[in-house]
Design a protein around this ligand. Structure first.
Ligand code: GLA
Length: 395
């Protein structure tokens, strides 16, 4: 496989075609908004614990085309599913089809914030591979929130758009996600990762100088059904630990305010499993601070080593990995051309993120694809990602 084939392994969206499909379906010219997927260099399962994350928006995105309607109806069409859905502003219900919820959830949030919107048509397409852990759902929410804000002149600041998108996921998709994915999608900047403090919401753009290396995503092509429920369970365990520690330290509000000693004293004797999970989170925040320093100094080797440590923590302590992810990380540990690798995102499937020397990428992907197919009977997909700007209008 050639490098260019790996980079292009998902079809790109043709915006002119998208506009003309919209016009023939709804009879009007739409506003088109693009919102990217994301990678996360390091800092996993830390966002909902008030910790640090380091995501970057990528060159795979969701596109929504939107126009106003004269009535109170919402007419949706998703190209990926070749499916339409209709709803009314007067009564928003969670849909069993799944995909409309990421849009309806945003509408619900806008209404809850006492902003007036009318009916609209919305057509959605994109090239973020679904189920790959690249936050396609956050990209849908952010694109929708941004587009509706523009079309109905709502005047939401960017930070509030991320909040609307996150709450939409909580209420209409039932996943108590943190803010990382939505934040990365809206605030992404080309050639930069974002170091975000999820407690203060302060952030800093960190230049990504990968000279001679690239980010390679390896898609396991699995998403184990446990993913959403386990995510909410982990979050509840972290909150349980905070509640125990709070009995003695009322000033503590998230695991960000907690250190290993507190976990030893207040959590370990009550529940060793909760202790183990929280120790991962506490250590991951420390790793992220180190990693940011390494990235700024251009020390990719040290950064890569921390990525492997993160993977081990996610796999053994936080227990959100799976055989397929562990296999792909283990397979590159001894490769000289790979500086670091880890599972990325919520877990139980999706992609591993690898930092690989450019000249060895093709041979590595070829070898891993064969081995992976033999072991799991699955076709590995590889994507070379470039970073990209955040949510915006496409002209
Ligand atoms: C999912 C969530 C994020 C974050 C990651 C794990 O992507 O949407 O908020 O918690 O998992 O780091």
């Amino acid at each position: 496989m050639k490098l260019s084939e790996i980079a292009m392994s998902t079809a790109k969206v043709d915006v002119d075609r998208l506009k003309s499909i919209f016009k023939s379906r709804y009879g009007t010219v739409p506003l088109v908004v693009k919102s990217p997927g994301r990678i996360n260099v390091i800092g996993e399962h830390t966002d909902y614990n008030g910790g640090f994350v380091m995501p970057a928006a990528i060159d795979k995105a969701v596109y929504v085309a939107v126009s106003k309607r004269e009535d109170n109806e919402i007419h949706l069409y998703a190209e990926d599913f070749k499916q339409s859905h209709e709803a009314s502003l007067a009564e928003l219900n969670i849909s069993e089809k799944g995909w409309p919820n990421y849009i309806l959830g945003v509408v619900d949030q806008i209404i809850k914030r006492n902003k007036a919107i009318g009916g609209f048509n919305l057509y959605i397409d994109g090239d973020v591979p679904p189920g790959a852990g690249l936050s396609s759902s956050a990209a849908v929410e952010c694109a929708t929130a941004f587009a509706l804000d523009q079309v109905f002149n709502l005047g939401f600041p960017k930070m509030e758009l991320t909040d609307i998108a996150q709450k939409a996921e909580h209420v209409f998709a039932g996943v108590s996600c943190g803010i990382m994915d939505q934040f990365a999608s809206v605030f992404g900047k080309k050639d930069h990762a974002i170091m975000l403090d999820c407690r203060s919401m302060e952030y800093e753009y960190v230049p990504l100088n990968l000279s001679g290396y690239q980010f390679l995503l390896l898609n396991t092509k699995v998403k184990h059904s446990l993913a959403d429920s386990a995510y909410n369970d982990r979050r509840a365990q972290c909150e349980q630990a905070v509640a125990w520690i709070k009995e003695a330290h009322p000033e503590v509000s998230t695991l960000r305010d907690v250190d290993m000693e507190m976990l030893e004293i207040y959590v370990k004797h009550r529940d060793v499993d909760v202790y183990e999970k929280c120790s991962y989170v506490v250590k991951e925040n420390v790793r992220l601070i180190q990693a940011a320093g390494y990235l700024k100094d251009g020390n990719l080797k040290a950064l890569g080593k921390l990525m492997f440590d993160t993977h081990d923590g996610l796999s053994k302590s936080y227990e959100v990995s799976c055989d397929e992810l562990d296999y792909l990380v283990d397979a590159v540990r001894a490769e000289k051309s790979v500086l670091g690798a880890r599972m990325m995102g919520g877990g139980f499937g999706g992609c591993t993120l690898n930092i690989v020397e450019t000249e060895h990428i093709s041979e590595l992907v070829k070898k891993l694809s064969e081995d992976y197919d033999q072991k799991f009977g699955l076709k590995l997909e590889a994507y070379l990602v470039e970073t990209a700007a955040g949510t915006g209008i496409v002209l």
